[in-house]
Design a protein around this ligand. Sequence first.
Ligand SMILES: Nc1ncnc2c1ncn2[C@@H]1O[C@H](COP(=O)(O)OP(=O)(O)OP(=O)(O)O)[C@@H](O)[C@H]1O
Length: 593
Amino acid sequence: MRRSAAEAGGLVWRTAPALTVLYGLTTLVEAVAPVTVAWLTKSILDRLVGDEPIAALAAALAATGVVVALVPQLGRFLSNDLGRRVSLGASKRLFTATDRFVGLAPFENPSFLDRLRLAQQGVSAAGNLVTGVFGLGRGAVSLIGFLAALTVISPVVTVVVAVAAIPSLWAEFGLSRNRAGVMWQIAPHQRREFFYGQLLSTVEAAKEIRLFNLGSFLLGRMLGERGTADAAERRMDRKDLLTRAGLEVLGALVTGGALVWALLAARRNQLTIGDVSMFIIAVAAVRSALGGLIRDAAGTHQRLLMFGHFTEIVHSAPDLTVATEPVALQGLRGSIELRDVWFRYSDDHPWILRGVDLTIPHGAAVALVGLNGAGKSTVVKLLCRLYDPTRGTILWDGTDLRDVDPVRLRERIGAVFQDHMAYDFTAADNIAVGDLTALDDLDRISAAAVRAGAHDKLTALPGGYGTMLTRMFAAGQGMDGPDTGVMLSGGQWQRVALARAFLRDACDLMILDEPSSGLDPEAEHDVHERMLKHRADRTSLLISHRLNAVREADRIAVLDEGVITELGGHDELIEAGGVYARLFKMQANGYTS
Ligand SMILES: Nc1ncnc2c1ncn2[C@@H]1O[C@H](COP(=O)(O)OP(=O)(O)OP(=O)(O)O)[C@@H](O)[C@H]1O
């Protein structure tokens, strides 16, 4: 909590120091103005009764009235602007922090995902946090002023009014803690509700939802999650209502009692008319300032608890250890070696790799084959250091991957993942994301597309490489406008993903994980021909279930039950008559019989 407060304070100050000072000043003026008005009113009334001159005081009262009218407007403008800036700064900090995670594990952890979502809420409410804190300051100054005024008239009543606020303070903090707890508790339900909502509204899922008639089933689940979250919120609101109603009754009784006392005292000539006016204003103002102060304090407390998720994320320990003085990674000369690599996704998951030994020599094309779930893509993720081996090491020319900067490592790798991304960008940008230095270099982009067999299709699009490969952003147009965007087929997307990897042609290691599953036979043949030609003497790792596509590889490794069980050239493995030979013959027979 203290850490969150320091974090929030630091963020506000770093983001907009001048604006913060200015807003602080207007807040101070706003806080002092009502007390000034009350004192001026009291003094004028007392002078009126005593027949003394009041012109100067009346002018001061009028001027203060103008300030009271104008300053809140300025304050609102400043507070909105400060809120926007702080929220922007917090957003930048949050996403810089999430981008700092080297690997994938945090993004597969549901509790991290809940925290991230709440942190995002905390970021968008950061403006309210600022307003709340300044509101607290304003309330406190105003309260002190009115308490002082009230003390002059009756110290006893002052103490009674102040003490009556203690239960409110205590209860509001309890309520805000409860609210933050409920938000955390319902976060998984909200995440699932969001997930079902996404499913019901995205084009990717629409096909199966219609085919399998899943609409009402998914809607039911979405509403179920929403119902659970709403029920928890309703329970919380009911508790809020009961507690606050009780406190309001207590407050009203105290105020009423104080007023009766003041009127009786005036009747006994113990208070002047000015005193009574001051007393009425001050009691009401103290109550309202105390109430506002308590609400602001509780709101700020709750927002700080929510902001705690932001603080947790921006200060979380790195998911993978990054060497403080990383070894400079040179271009591959010798080999990449997996040495007795064991891996499981977490302690409660089964072992996926159980001592893999595999060498990928420089300049060789190595193929990794195996049944579904054998762990081939897992090996790819370890090579890109999206995870670290649980045991064993991966060496790049003898250097442990843990000792190098992951960014430098990844610069040397080109990869097409099995589940590659289809970005809602233009065709050119969809390829350029493979190497951002090519963002404005259409020649490089089209050369990569030619190699991936995507060039002809992309140039034939309505806007060529500038065509959006999505219809998501075609707002306000008919479906046939020039900027509407197009949808590609699965195989065409695969070619775009290949082009993305080919953009890094000069990289030391090219990894293709199932690059041709969606390609037609002609395209597949074409891609492999080009791949072999362009990557001759360069290092590649190929993964494919179409064994015909990898038969030309220099080495074929079979991954089975977490270990490499066969290794050799195509002919060698066929000769050996093991798993590879069996799978290859099965596929070949499927075509010939
Ligand atoms: N993020 C993850 N968390 C937990 N388990 C995972 C994760 N990713 C994969 N697995 C498990 O690891 C095993 C190996 O998966 P992997 O994707 O590496 O297999 P594969 O050989 O590439 O399979 P395929 O041929 O079907 O693509 C599978 O049993 C899978 O369930």
